[in-house]
Design a protein around this ligand. Structure first.
Ligand code: 1GP
Length: 248
């Protein structure tokens, strides 16, 4: 069933492309104060949603605290981006309920999801059913999730996975090159996937400039995710968000 957040996102998507900001609240990496500063900047830049999570080390307490802090400064919906079955918080507006479809380990395809599902129900978190497809190089996400990364030179394989996701009833496909990837998902792979599916296409990993964002949008991404740039170069994030919103 399509929930409130998904309806809002789809309504915006019918008019323009979207930008999601990824905040990994791992206390070993960032302080709560810097999470708040980032949220304040993202409110000014007008990001369309904040994904929270990513790291496998983040506990429910850390997530709760980070989400409350983000919501104090930013009006964008907060969507969980879980790195394990504990990456859940009742304060989130929704969750990317993801299957890492090209993992070689069933745990990442449906096992962790079964562990987390009862808590998602208890917390009444809106689910956004998402196929998470790791594309080379895949970085840490690929390693941890035991993925067999999709190859940029084989767009047909990626398109077939994405189509299978659509036939499973998923409503988002997330092509992930991995956080901090030296190279984003190739334009030829993005466009092959986009031509094949009717559901929304999210692309992330290695997008650090407005110029790159433009190429990825042109290839067919509906939603762009940036994470590293928020930590390393927040001014560049502003340019990326402006590019996403003005793209026609
Ligand atoms: C990672 O796709 C996201 O899950 C964002 O990647 O950190 O490279 O922007 P970056």
């Amino acid at each position: 069933m399509t929930g409130k957040i998904e309806k809002q996102l789809l309504k915006k998507l019918s008019k323009r492309k979207l930008h999601f900001s990824l905040i990994d609240p791992d206390p070993q990496k960032v302080s709560l104060k810097s999470v708040e500063e980032t949220a304040r900047a993202l409110e000014r830049f007008g990001t369309d949603a904040i994904l929270v999570g990513g790291s496998t080390r983040v506990t429910e307490d850390v997530l709760d605290e980070a989400i409350i802090a983000i919501k104090k400064h930013c009006s964008a919906p907060v969507i969980l981006f879980p790195g394990n079955a504990d990456g859940l918080s009742k304060h989130a507006d929704a969750i990317l309920f993801m299957s890492l479809m090209n993992s070689q380990d069933a745990l990442w395809i449906s096992g962790l999801q079964a562990m987390g599902a009862p808590l998602v129900k208890k917390f009444k978190i809106e689910t956004l059913p998402t196929a998470y497809l790791i594309v080379e190089p895949g970085m840490k996400a690929g390693e941890v999730g035991k993925a067999k990364p999709l190859k940029n030179k084989n767009p047909g394989e990626a398109a077939a996975y994405a189509l299978a996701a659509q036939y499973f009833g998923m409503r988002f496909v997330y092509l992930e090159a991995g956080s901090g990837a030296p190279q984003h998902v190739s334009e030829s792979l993005i466009s092959a996937v986009k031509k094949t599916i009717d559901i929304s296409l999210i692309v992330g990993g290695g997008i650090r400039s407005a110029g790159t964002a433009k190429k990825v949008l042109k290839a067919g991404a509906d939603i762009i995710v940036t994470g590293t740039v928020l930590e390393k170069n927040i001014a560049a994030a502003e340019g990326i968000i402006r590019t996403v919103h003005s793209f026609r």
